[in-house]
Design a binder for this molecule. Structure first.
Ligand SMILES: *[C@@H]1O[C@H](CO)[C@@H](O)[C@H](O)[C@H]1NC(C)=O
Ligand SMILES: *[C@@H]1O[C@H](CO)[C@@H](O)[C@H](O)[C@H]1NC(C)=O
Ligand SMILES: *[C@@H]1O[C@H](CO)[C@@H](O)[C@H](O)[C@H]1NC(C)=O
Length: 484
C-alpha cells in the first residue's frame, strides 16, 4: 500500500503537465499559538536567577571546527524587573536605540561621513595618551547592542570573558587594563601583561589600514569604534589568540579598549560578526557561519558555528551586499504573505538603491523586525483582517500598534506569516515569532513595527528557533526551521 502511494506521488510530481504551483506542497494558512505556554514563560523568566560563573563554552557535538554557546541576556544577567510588562518596555526601548544606531551608521556611510567625525561641541572629549582620539561621552543609559552573549577565551593562557555577538559591526574588542574609562563588567578586566600572545599592530599593517577610524602613535595602531548611539570604544589595535571551546585561533586583530562607554553592560567586549574584513568570521577565513537564537526568555543555550554546512532542508535566499556598507547582511526578499495571500508590496520596498539606501538586513541584535511604513501597514492590515475573531486591545504598547487580549485562552489559531524569496522559496514563521506576550496577563502584540528609515531589518524575534546560516562563499542565507 505504502509503495503504491509513493509510486503515485512520484508519477504525479514528475509529470511535466502538472504546473509547479500545484505540485508544491501547500503551506498551512494558519498557525497555532500556545498562549498558555507563552504566559508561563513570562512568569518563569522573572523568577529565574542569573547564571553567574558559566564555564567557558563547552564544546558541543557538532561537525563544526569552531562552535560556541550562545546565551540570552536575561539568562546571564537575570532581571531587576518585577513584572513582564516593564521588562518588555525596557527591551523595546533598547531595541529602538539599536535601530537608531544601525540607521545612523548607514546614513553616515551613504553620505560619506565617518561616524567619529560627528563631535557635538558641548560634549566632553576623551583624552587618551598624549594626543587624543575624540569621542562624545554619554551616560551609560543608552543601550542598544546585544541580546545574545557568548563566552570566549582571550590571550595566552586564555582569560574567559563574556562578549556580545553582533552581526551589525565588524571590529572585535574587549575592555583592557589600564582603564582610562571602563564600564562595569562581570569578569575581571583583561590585562595584556598576563598574556604572552598580546602583540600591538604596526600602523602599516593591513588590519590597521582596514579600520574606519585609526590613529598612529609611536608606530602602533590606535582604533576607535563608535556605534552611532553614543557608545564607543578606543584603545590599542593588537593581535591576540581567541579560544572557542577547545579550539584556538592565533593573531586575531582585536581592540584593546582603554576607554569604553555605553551599551555593553555586563559583557567584557564584542565579537563582530559583520561582513567587513575585520570581523571575526572574515579573520577566520570562514566560508560560513550560523547561529540559532533561543527564545529571549529561555535560559537554555544554543550555538554559533563556523564552517558547518547547512542541512538539505534549508530555505535559502540571496545574501546581498551594499557597496556603501560592507558590514550589513542584506537579504534578497521577494515578498511577504499573511494566511497564504501575498501582500501587494512594491519590490522597491526591499531593494537597495544605487545610493545605498533601502534594502532589508538580517540582524542578530535587533529584536523586532522593522519594515518601511507602507509595507508594515500592508502586513498589519492583512493580519488584522485575519484575526477579527480575537478580542483586540485598543491602545498601542510601545512599538506595537496591534495587540490582543488572549487572557483565558490556552491556544489560538492565527494567520501564517511568511517571507518569500526568489525561486518560489518560502519561510513560514512559527506563530510565537510574531505574536508575543507583553505582560503576564494575556496581552499579546503583533511583533513587527514600521520604520521611518529606508532600511528594513529582520530582527531576532522573527529569527527565534530558526538556524540562520550566512554562506559567505556562495552569498546565500539559509534558514532552517529547527528547535535550536
Ligand atoms: C614611544 O616610544 C619610545 C621608545 O620606545 C618611548 O620611550 C616613549 O615613551 C613612547 N611614547 C609614547 C607616547 O608611548
Ligand atoms: C586567513 O587567510 C589569510 C590570508 O590567506 C592568512 O594569512 C591567515 O593566516 C588565515 N587565517 C586563518 C585563521 O586561517
Ligand atoms: C476602542 O476604540 C474605539 C474607537 O476608537 C472605541 O469606539 C471603543 O469604545 C474602544 N473600546 C474600548 C474597549 O476601549
Amino acid at each position: 500500500m505504502q509503495l503504491y502511494v509513493i509510486f503515485f506521488i512520484l508519477l504525479f510530481t514528475s509529470s511535466p503537465l502538472v504546473s509547479s504551483s500545484r505540485i508544491l506542497p501547500k503551506k498551512p494558512k494558519t498557525a497555532v499559538l500556545d498562549v498558555a505556554a507563552a504566559i508561563a514563560q513570562t512568569k518563569h523568566v522573572l523568577s529565574s536567577s542569573p547564571k553567574t560563573a558559566l564555564p567557558a563554552n563547552h564544546q558541543q557535538k557538532t561537525d563544526s571546527p569552531f562552535s560556541m554557546q550562545l546565551h540570552t541576556r536575561t539568562s546571564i544577567q537575570g532581571t531587576t524587573h518585577t513584572d513582564y510588562r516593564s521588562l518588555t518596555l525596557a527591551r523595546l526601548e533598547r531595541d529602538s536605540a539599536r535601530v537608531r544606531s544601525l540607521t545612523t551608521r548607514l546614513d553616515l556611510a551613504v553620505n560619506g561621513i565617518a561616524t567619529s567625525d560627528l563631535k557635538p561641541l558641548d560634549e566632553a572629549v576623551v583624552e587618551f595618551g598624549a594626543e587624543s582620539i575624540q569621542g562624545p561621552i554619554v551616560s551609560g543609559t543608552s543601550q542598544g547592542s546585544g541580546e545574545y552573549f557568548s563566552r570566549v577565551g582571550i590571550g595566552t593562557p586564555p582569560s574567559d570573558v563574556y562578549v556580545v555577538l553582533d552581526t551589525g559591526s565588524d571590529v572585535n574588542w574587549v575592555q583592557c587594563a589600564p582603564c582610562a574609562d571602563c564600564y562595569q563588567q562581570a569578569d575581571p578586566i583583561f590585562d595584556p601583561a598576563s598574556s604572552s600572545s598580546f602583540t600591538p599592530l604596526n600602523c602599516k599593517t593591513k588590519q590597521c589600514m582596514s579600520l574606519d577610524v585609526s590613529e598612529c602613535r609611536n608606530d602602533t595602531c590606535l582604533y576607535e569604534v563608535s556605534y552611532g548611539d553614543g557608545s564607543y570604544t578606543v584603545g590599542d589595535f593588537v593581535t591576540e589568540s581567541i579560544t572557542l571551546g577547545s579550539a584556538s585561533v592565533d593573531n586575531v586583530a582585536v581592540g584593546c579598549g582603554h576607554t569604553n562607554e555605553g551599551l555593553f553592560i555586563g559583557a567584557a567586549g564584542l565579537l563582530g560578526l559583520g561582513g567587513g574584513s575585520l570581523s571575526f568570521p572574515a579573520q577566520l577565513n570562514a566560508t560560513s557561519f550560523s547561529y540559532c537564537l533561543v527564545d529571549r526568555d529561555s535560559d537554555s543555550a544554543s550555538t554559533l558555528e563556523f564552517d558547518s554546512a547547512p542541512p538539505p532542508n534549508a530555505v535559502t535566499a540571496p545574501l546581498l551586499r551594499n557597496h556603501e556598507m560592507d558590514t550589513f547582511y542584506y537579504l534578497g526578499l521577494s515578498g511577504m504573505s499573511v494566511g497564504g495571500e501575498l501582500l501587494s508590496i512594491p519590490d522597491s520596498a526591499f531593494r537597495i538603491d544605487e545610493s545605498g539606501n533601502g534594502g532589508i538586513i538580517v540582524d542578530s541584535g535587533t529584536a523586532v523586525t522593522r519594515l518601511q511604513t507602507e509595507a508594515y501597514h500592508s502586513l498589519r492590515d492583512a493580519f488584522v483582517r485575519g484575526t477579527r475573531g480575537l478580542p483586540s486591545v485598543n491602545s498601542s504598547i510601545s512599538l506595537f500598534d496591534t495587540c490582543y487580549d488572549l487572557s483565558g485562552k490556552s491556544s489560538v489559531e492565527v494567520p501564517t506569516v511568511s517571507f518569500h524569496f526568489p525561486g518560489g522559496k518560502e519561510l513560514s514563521l512559527p506563530a510565537k515569532n510574531y505574536l508575543i506576550p507583553v505582560d503576564s496577563d494575556g496581552t499579546f502584540c503583533f511583533a513587527f513595527a514600521s520604520t521611518a528609515s529606508s532600511l528594513s531589518i529582520i530582527g531576532n524575534v522573527q529569527q527565534q528557533g530558526i538556524r540562520v546560516g550566512f554562506n559567505l562563499a556562495d552569498s546565500s542565507i539559509a534558514f532552517v526551521p529547527s528547535t535550536c
